[in-house]
Design a protein around this ligand. Structure first.
Ligand code: SF4
Ligand code: SF4
Length: 104
């Protein structure tokens, strides 16, 4: 748009910009960006919660537990972007999370 043209616009005529829902990003399913997915093994997991602390997207799911406050209950694939940090941080001798190619 030329400078002269922009001067002619009133506020009411300005195009509407992006509208982001306030308060939460839960409704944005950013997991569709993923090219690799973490696969969690319930049998190997000791619920040390290292992956939960490390995940930048809050995509490690927890559930309440009688003996411990919370234990891991899998991956939130709606929001996990597949960065692989959880696999790297999971104690290597345990290997409870492994990254695999995303199936489209
Ligand atoms: S880091 Fe590994 S062992 Fe620890 S809670 Fe996560 S998946 Fe389980
Ligand atoms: S791959 Fe990345 S975003 Fe997905 S659960 Fe692991 S740490 Fe979180």
């Amino acid at each position: 748009m030329k400078k002269e043209e922009s001067k002619k616009l009133t506020v009411a005529e300005l195009p509407v910009g992006g509208v982001v829902e306030a308060g939460t990003a839960v409704n944005f399913h950013t997991g569709s960006w993923r090219s690799r997915r973490p696969v969690w093994s319930k049998d190997k997991c000791i619920s040390c919660l290292v992956c939960w602390v490390s995940c930048p997207d809050g995509s490690i799911r927890l559930v309440p537990d009688e003996k411990r406050i919370n234990i891991v209950d899998g991956i939130d694939y709606d929001h996990c972007k597949g960065c692989g940090i959880c696999e790297k941080e999971c104690p290597t001798a345990i290997g409870a999370i492994t990254m695999e190619e995303e199936k489209k």
